[in-house]
Write a protein that binds this ligand. Structure first.
Ligand SMILES: NC(=O)c1ccc[n+]([C@@H]2O[C@H](COP(=O)([O-])OP(=O)(O)OC[C@H]3O[C@@H](n4cnc5c(N)ncnc54)[C@H](O)[C@@H]3O)[C@@H](O)[C@H]2O)c1
Ligand SMILES: O=P(O)(O)OC[C@H](O)CO
Length: 346
């Protein structure tokens, strides 16, 4: 039985800890508040974030040094805004051979860094190529119930991705490897923006046609941004692209969809965040994507519209009206160009 540390005791950290415990590991689940760790150890539940029974082989910790001591692998799964703070502490307890996997989905506004890049900046002695991302269509609520789920793991060093695949793969969680960490992180982060949009659309009372349009044209925007950074366009047709878009835009489990739904029903951002009480990553990621689109001249009208609803109090109906009445255009354009360039001499 190996010791594994999971840093972040929210819904996803708890669900991943359960997967690892089911796979026979001794898991240390680190929470940043002492009362939270004590409560989980006493009740064997994590009532606020994911109210399922926590197996005996999972122990909650408050002291990070104790949690990661002798750990064979460390899973970082805090919200994007806490990544830098957590890694500033973590860097004191790791060596370059530690196995580090993150499962956080976001892009940092201002710097426009992906999560692995933020981690690398805060832990400069740890080799970037050894940081692994885990992403894909995976609501914590269903993973904790052991329902069939698939995810992708990726790192520049594919051996590290394969190690993560071995660690997490189980009869309920099928794990695929990918050699495109950029595409996997961008897809996992940006789908949250489109899920906000799907929730807004449902909140306005629009139907399945509108949602399918958002998912499909949202995918075009994600692929446009991702390929402009150098991602493999085919990654966006995979688990951390289409897969995660479908699950997040169509499920009541999604915090991003639920937040969007409240926005579509007329609530403002402060009201929505107070009601949610859990992280809604799309809110910060839409700031980053809006900034990226403006600075780099990447066409992202859905993303821009969602930004305007959230941060400029624009009426969602006006945004829909503008999106529907944009200049007429051809459906498949820039991405097919990227594909042709990539595969033309193969
Ligand atoms: N919930 C899911 O189904 C799911 C699935 C896949 C990926 N994710 C991603 O996982 C990440 C974490 O999400 P979650 O669902 O677990 O969030 P959550 O809202 O359920 O929990 C967040 C946790 O982070 C802790 N936290 C907040 N600030 C912190 C800090 N400064 N230092 C340490 N801990 C801090 C909170 O106390 C809480 O335990 C997000 O990026 C999310 O997109 C979530
Ligand atoms: O609840 P959400 O909207 O943060 O989405 C959770 C996961 O990312 C789904 O794969």
């Amino acid at each position: 039985m190996s010791k594994i540390a999971v840093l972040g005791a929210g819904s996803w950290g708890t669900a991943l800890a359960i997967v690892l415990a089911d796979n026979g590991h001794e898991v240390r689940l680190w929470a940043h508040r002492k009362e939270h760790a004590d409560e989980m150890n006493q009740t064997h539940r994590n009532e606020k974030y994911l109210d399922v029974e926590i197996p005996d082989t999972i122990t909650a910790f408050y002291n990070m040094e104790e949690a990661v001591k002798d750990a064979e692998a460390i899973i970082v799964v805090v919200p994007t805004k806490a990544i830098r703070e957590v890694c500033q502490q973590l860097k004191n307890y790791i060596s370059s051979s530690t196995q580090i996997i993150h499962a956080t989905k976001g892009i940092e506004p201002g710097t426009l860094k992906r999560v692995s890049e933020m981690m690398s900046e805060e832990m400069p002695d740890f080799p970037y190529e050894n940081i692994v991302v885990l992403s894909g269509p995976s609501h914590a609520e269903e993973v904790a119930l052991r329902h069939p789920t698939t995810v992708a793991v990726s790192a520049v060093n594919l051996d590290r991705a394969r190690q993560a695949q071995d660690l997490f793969n189980s009869e309920n969680l099928r794990v695929y490897t990918s050699d495109d960490i950029l595409g996997i992180e961008v897809g996992g982060a940006l789908k949250n923006i489109i899920a906000l949009g799907a929730g807004i659309s449902d909140g306005l009372g629009y139907g399945d046609n509108a949602k399918a349009a958002l998912i499909t044209r949202g995918l075009a925007e994600i692929a446009r941004l991702g390929t402009s950074l150098g991602a493999n366009p085919l990654s966006f047709l995979g688990l951390s692209g289409v897969g995660d878009l479908i699950v997040t835009c169509t499920s009541v489990h999604s915090r991003n969809w639920r937040a969007g739904n409240l926005l579509g029903k007329g609530n403002n951002l402060d009201q929505v965040l107070e009601e949610m009480g859990m992280v809604v990553e799309g809110v910060r990621t839409v700031q980053a994507a809006h900034q990226f689109a403006n600075e780099q001249g990447v066409e992202m009208p859905i993303t821009q519209g969602i930004y305007q609803i959230i941060f400029e109090d624009k009426d969602p109906k006006d945004v829909v009206d503008e999106l529907m009445n944009r200049n007429k255009r051809q459906e498949i354009d820039d991405i097919s160009g990227v594909l042709k360039e990539r595969y033309s001499d193969k």
